[in-house]
Design a protein around this ligand. Sequence first.
Ligand SMILES: [Mn+2]
Length: 194
Amino acid sequence: MVELETGIWQRTAPKETVCGDSYLVGEENRVFTIAVVDGLGHGPAARQAADTAVGALQNNQNSLQRIIPEIHRQLMGTRGAVLSIARFDLDSGIIKFAGVGNIYTYVIFQGRVKTLMSVDGFLGGRFPSIREYDLDLEELEQLIMVSDGIAAIPGRDLLKISWQKAEDMARTIGEKWSLHRDDATVVVVKKKGS
Ligand SMILES: [Mn+2]
């Protein structure tokens, strides 16, 4: 049976007391969902938008194609936010992924790093067209999702730390690649035993 371990690292932008990023890591009925959300700008108004998005996603069993427009509607009147969502169906072995705006998602599949593409735009603004991807959980080793407070991570560097526990990998990424000028969030999902 597939088991997942997760690691989270987050840091608030300099001079702010509230992190403008938010995230979700949760499992319900053998469906495991992770999301990273970056509210536009910094501080409390950014966080409010990010938390609204996470709230709309929590306990929501709808498909990503339906959830993302729902989140978009709930974000109207807020700053708006960018987000990526990955949903791991542990029974069917399918991972669904969709992203809007600059949250970066890396996957390690059989020793190779790939980047998952988000569509441009942000939720709460002009609605983008949603693109949803299916990935095979069987082949996945790790999935790493970061906000744009984390610099681009070279694939070879990710592979070098991929032996670490999810928790340690998230912290290593945060400490090594965070940009010190923005809120920064890292979520790592790792298949146990990989
Ligand atoms: Mn940001």
